[in-house]
Design a binder for this molecule. Structure first.
Ligand code: DGL
Length: 272
C-alpha cells in the first residue's frame, strides 16, 4: 500500500486521547486513523516511568506492525513525558507527542507571563513541561500541579458535579494562587473536565488544550515528510481497547461523537 494512505496510529491510556482524535478528524478528515485506548491498564499517571514506557513501546509497535501506521501520535502526556525519546529511537516511523505542541501554545497565549500546567503525578514529576517551556525561549514563570483523581472521574463519565468540583478546588489552588492567566490541560483527559476547571479558575484564565496544537503539528509533519494522504473524502477510523470494549464504545461515542463506531479488543502481547 502507498505509504501516504496508511493510517496514523494514536494511543492513550484510555479515553483521553479521543480529545486529540477529535482534532485530527476535524483537521484531516481524509487521514485514516487507528486508536488504541489502554483502558485495561489505565491509569498510567500513578505508575512507575519504566512501566509506562514499556506499555507505550508495546502499543506503538502494535500500531506500526499490526496496523501499518505511518506515524505515531502519543496522545497521552504521561506516556509522552517518559517514552517519547525511546519511541523516536526505536520506531522507523515519525513519532509526535502532545507536550511540545501544548507548551508552545501555552507560552503564546499568556499576557502576564505567569502560566500553569496541570497533569498526572507522573507527568508533573517528569518535569517534561519545565523542559518544553524552557525550550520555547519564552519569558514565563511556570507553576505546575498534579491532579490525581481527575482521570478516574473522566473514565467513570463523571465530568461534573460536587465531588469533582471539590477535588478541583483543592488540586487547582497552587496554580490559582500563583495568579496564572493561562493554564495548560497537560493530560488529554482534562479537556472533558474543562467546565469544572474553568469555573474553579475563573473567567480570566485561558484554558489551553494540546489537542488542536498537536493536530496542526501532525499535519505539518505529514506534509513535510511527504506522508499526507492524497485521497478525497472521509477516511476509515478504527478503535481498539484493552479493557471493556462495550464501555469503550458507549462512553467513547459520547465523548468523541458518532465517528466512534465499532470497538475491537486489543490484547497485550498478541497481534490485535
Ligand atoms: N490521558 C493521559 C495523559 O494525558 C492520562 C494518564 C492516566 O492514565 O493517568 O496523561
Amino acid at each position: 500500500m502507498d505509504v501516504r494512505e496508511r493510517p496514523i496510529g494514536v494511543f492513550d491510556s484510555g479515553f483521553g486521547g479521543l480529545t486529540v482524535m477529535r482534532s485530527l478528524i476535524d483537521l484531516m478528515p481524509n487521514e485514516s486513523l487507528v486508536y488504541i485506548g489502554d483502558t485495561g491498564r489505565y491509569p498510567y499517571g500513578n505508575k512507575p516511568a519504566d512501566e509506562v514506557r514499556s506499555y507505550a513501546i508495546e502499543l506503538a509497535e502494535s500500531l506500526v506492525h499490526d496496523h501499518g501506521a505511518k506515524m505515531i501520535v502519543v496522545a497521552c502526556n504521561t506516556a509522552a513525558s517518559v517514552a517519547l525519546d525511546a519511541l523516536s529511537k526505536s520506531l522507523t516511523v515519525p513519532v509526535i507527542g502532545v507536550i511540545e505542541p501544548g507548551a508552545r501554545a501555552l507560552a503564546r497565549v499568556t499576557h502576564n507571563g505567569k502560566v500553569g500546567v496541570i497533569g498526572t503525578v507522573g507527568t508533573i514529576a517528569s518535569r517534561a513541561y519545565d523542559v518544553a517551556i524552557e525550550a520555547t525561549g519564552a519569558d514565563v514563570v511556570l507553576t505546575s500541579a498534579a491532579c490525581p483523581g481527575f482521570v478516574e472521574f473522566v473514565e467513570r463519565d463523571q465530568t461534573d458535579g460536587d465531588e469533582v468540583t471539590l477535588l478541583a478546588k483543592r488540586l487547582l489552588s497552587p496554580v490559582k494562587d500563583a495568579g496564572v492567566d493561562a493554564l495548560l490541560l497537560g493530560c488529554t483527559h482534562y479537556p472533558y473536565l474543562a467546565p469544572v476547571i474553568q469555573r474553579v479558575m475563573g473567567d480570566g484564565v485561558v484554558l489551553v488544550s494540546s489537542a488542536n496544537e498537536t493536530a496542526f503539528a501532525v499535519r505539518e509533519l505529514l506534509e513535510s515528510g511527504g506522508l499526507a494522504s492524497s485521497r478525497d473524502g472521509v477516511a476509515e477510523r478504527r478503535f481498539f481497547s484493552s479493557g471493556d470494549v462495550d464501555w469503550f464504545a458507549t462512553l467513547g461515542r459520547r465523548l468523541l461523537g458518532p465517528e466512534l463506531g465499532e470497538v475491537s479488543a486489543w490484547h497485550s502481547g498478541a497481534a490485535s
